[in-house]
Design a protein around this ligand. Sequence first.
Ligand code: ADP
Ligand code: MG
Length: 305
Amino acid sequence: ATPTALLVGTGVGARMGAIIAGPDVLERARAVRTIALDKTGTVTRGDLRVVAVHPADGVTEAELLRLAGTAESGSEHPLARAIVAAASDGGLGELGQFENTPGEGVRALVDGVEVAVLRPDAAEGLPSALASVIEDAQSRGETPVVVQVRLPGPVDGASPSSDSRDGSGGRAVGVISLADTVKESSAEAIGRMKDLGLTPVLLTGDNERAARAVATRVGIDEVRANVRPEGKVEVVRELQARGQVAMVGDGVNDAAALAASDLGIAMGSGTDAAKEAAGITLMRGDLMLAVDAIRLSRRTLRTIR
Ligand code: ADP
Ligand code: MG
C-alpha cells in the first residue's frame, strides 16, 4: 500500500507543477524542519539590471561600461549578462584571455589591458569615495561590483613593488551596481512555510546588506551571506544539526548543496545542473509550488497510516 500511495502522490505533484523524481522523495519531504533558500533566481527573479554606474576620477561612464562589459562577455552569470547588456550600446572591446572565478568575478584582457570585475571584498585599493558608494548600494539591497584595471608599470604614484605580479594588484576604475526584483509570490510562500513549521534561511553568495534587505522584504529572519559556491554545502550540513533540511535553488553553484540536502528543490527556470541534483523540480519559478509539494508529502504520508 505504501508505494502505491506514494506513486499516486507523485502523480498529484506532477499535475500541480512539481516534478517529483521518485516516491522516496515524498517520504523525505515530510520530515523537513529547515528550508534553505538561494536568493538570486529563487527568492528574487534573477533579472538583474544595471541601476548605477560610478566611474572613478578621470574615467568616463562609457569607458567603465566598455571595460566591464567586454570582460563580462566571457561569463554567463546573470550579473555578467546585465553588465554586457548595459554596455552594448556603446560597443564592446576585444576580449582576450579570460578567467572566471565562481562566487568572485572575472579577470580578462580587454584591448590588451588587464581588467577585473569583482565582488567588493575581493577588490583592492578602493578609494574611499567608491567604498561609500558600495555601502550605500548594498544598504538598498543592490549588488555592486568593482571594476579594476592593472596597467603596466606604477599607477597613481604607487610603488612598483605594490603593483603585484600575481594578477591581483590593480586600480579601481569604478563601481557598477546591479539590482534584482523580489518575486511576487515569495513573501506569501515564505509565510506559508513558517505556518508549516519550517524555518526559512536565506543562503547567498551576495553581500550581507543586500541579503538582509531581501530577507526583510520576504519575512526571513536568518541569513547566511557571502557564502562561496563550495560553502553552500557546508551551510546545509550545519543546518542539518537541527533536523532535516530542504534546499531550494536554481544555479550551477547550488547543485552540490541541493544534492547534500535531505530534499533538493530546483526551480524549473534554473540550470540543468540544479535540476539533475534535485528531488523535486518546480515547473514554474514560483515558491508557492514548493509549499504545495511539502504539503502534498505530508498528506500522502498521512493517507498511508
Ligand atoms: P548568488 O548566490 O547570489 O547566485 P554567486 O555565488 O554567483 O551569487 O556570486 C557571489 C558574488 O560574487 C556576486 O554577488 C558578485 O559580487 C560576485 N560575482 C560572481 N560572478 C561574478 C561576475 N561574473 N562578475 C562580477 N562579480 C561576480
Ligand atoms: Mg541563484
